[in-house]
Design a protein around this ligand. Structure first.
Ligand SMILES: Cc1cc2nc3c(=O)[nH]c(=O)nc-3n(C[C@H](O)[C@H](O)[C@H](O)COP(=O)(O)OP(=O)(O)OC[C@H]3O[C@@H](n4cnc5c(N)ncnc54)[C@H](O)[C@@H]3O)c2cc1C
Length: 391
């Protein structure tokens, strides 16, 4: 049976999130724009935390966090729907009670030191695999960890690390056995406190906020700070990236929905040559093309989340959803900006902000080209059939 409807529970949860975002988050939008125009963060850390605690009272805390840690442990489809609602506001808000998915591989002691305070929002983590010489080709990382007694000594550099300038600790993938290579058990993930001696340097980007470069110069890390198994670092890295493959395009759908509605409102009110601009076929086609692509992205992304919930291998479907969703939101925001004319280009409206923000979606957590590589490789090797799980 093919059924494209949401369950009553999915509908109810989505409605509650929508109410929270509308009542508590959207009213902050003008202030966020004002602050960002003054090159300040849209939300201070304390303000984000306060909002997250308010959301907790609403029932939203730890979307992906298991119940034993106080989270909601929601199915991927439900999480996807929620990320779409979050995308509807550009306020840099996300629900609290979360931790990087791979932190749940921590040992009991590590859980107390790293996982639980991260869930509580007392500590901030960042995940670091990318290096100046290894991004798409992540297996080519060079940051070296050498064993020295009960410690490992880390030397090298990571770059473009989200939250790297604010993080209290980093999850760092380092080479522990160069002969084996990263893919074959030569890389290991370490939990590295900032107090152990790494430095961060903020990187200016075209987006608001920004990632950081992390510098490791003889940083000593105790053996007990290995996350997971020795040699498991690359697999953990891929597990971390896997999560974003459906949350990023889910967020993109929310952005596109909100932006497209702005374009429709503009088309119905703005007049040129004595008529609403929406009476022009040129404008109508931009709206129609945006709606078609938005709808296509919605089903591709929900299907990729659904494959996660079904316990199927989600990689092929997730690459399709990430590639299409990221491209879709770039095309939609570009058209929405065009429909707003000069006003679309100003910083009075959030459209140019989205335009800058969503450009990243085609780059991080696997570029467009890497998604195409995965999709075509799966087909060329016969790992996936045309038609996906219905084939
Ligand atoms: C704002 C931001 C936040 C980020 N956050 C994190 C983070 O938290 N943690 C982390 O570890 N990393 C993070 N990254 C890094 C991100 O994942 C990488 O930038 C991305 O994987 C691309 O790597 P690269 O920049 O080295 O580009 P490159 O790998 O050098 O690629 C350059 C271009 O060549 C293309 N290309 C490369 N190889 C091929 C090929 N075989 N075939 C066809 N085309 C190819 C790419 O698609 C791209 O267009 C972040 C990046 C940014 C910009």
């Amino acid at each position: 049976m093919v059924d494209f409807s949401l369950t009553d529970e999915e509908r109810a949860v989505r409605e509650t999130v929508r109410t929270f975002i509308t009542r508590e988050v959207m009213p902050l939008e003008q202030e966020v724009l004002r602050r960002e125009r003054a090159h300040r963060p849209g939300l201070e850390r304390s303000e984000l935390r306060e909002l997250q605690l308010r959301a907790k009272k609403f029932g939203f805390w730890g979307l992906a966090t298991p119940e034993e840690y106080g989270g909601m442990d929601l199915a991927a489809v439900m999480q996807s729907l929620i990320w779409t609602e979050l995308g509807r506001s550009f306020v840099p808000f996300r629900f609290g009670g979360e931790a990087d998915n791979i932190l749940f591989h921590a040992t009991g002691e590590q859980k107390r030191e790293f996982l639980l305070p991260t869930i509580d929002g007392e500590r901030i983590s960042c995940f670091a695999i990318t290096e100046p010489g290894a991004g798409s080709d992540a297996a080519n990382i060079r940051l070296r960890a050498r064993r020295d007694g009960d410690d490992w000594v880390l030397d090298g550099e990571k770059t473009f690390i989200t939250g790297g300038n604010d993080a209290d600790f980093a999850i760092v993938v380092a080479i522990t056995d160069p002969d084996k290579g990263a893919r074959n058990g030569g890389a290991t993930a370490f939990l590295v406190d900032r107090a152990m001696g790494w430095r961060s340097e903020f990187i200016q980007t075209m987006g608001e906020g920004g990632p950081a470069a992390l510098v490791f110069d003889g940083v000593r890390v105790p053996h007990r700070n290995i996350l997971g198994e020795l040699g498991q670092g690359f697999a953990l890295g891929m597990e971390w990236i896997g999560k974003g493959r459906y949350t990023i395009p889910s967020h993109a759908i929310g952005i596109a929905e909100r932006a497209l509605q702005m374009a429709i409102d503009q088309a119905n009110t703005r007049e040129t040559f004595g008529a609403k601009i929406g009476t022009n076929q040129a404008i109508q086609w931009m709206i129609a093309d945006s709606e078609v692509e938005l709808e296509a992205a919605r089903w591709l992304v929900l299907r990729s989340a659904w494959t996660v919930d079904q316990g199927l291998d989600p990689r092929h479907a997730s690459s399709i959803g990430k590639l299409y969703g990221a491209g879709m939101v770039n095309r939609v925001v570009d058209r929405v900006l065009q429909i707003h004319g000069g006003m679309g280009y100003t910083r009075e409206l959030p459209i140019e902000r989205w335009y800058r923000q969503v450009r990243l979606y085609r780059i991080f957590e696997g570029t467009d080209e890497m998604q195409r590589l995965i999709i075509s490789r799966d087909l060329l090797r016969g790992y996936t059939k045309i038609g996906g799980h219905l084939a």
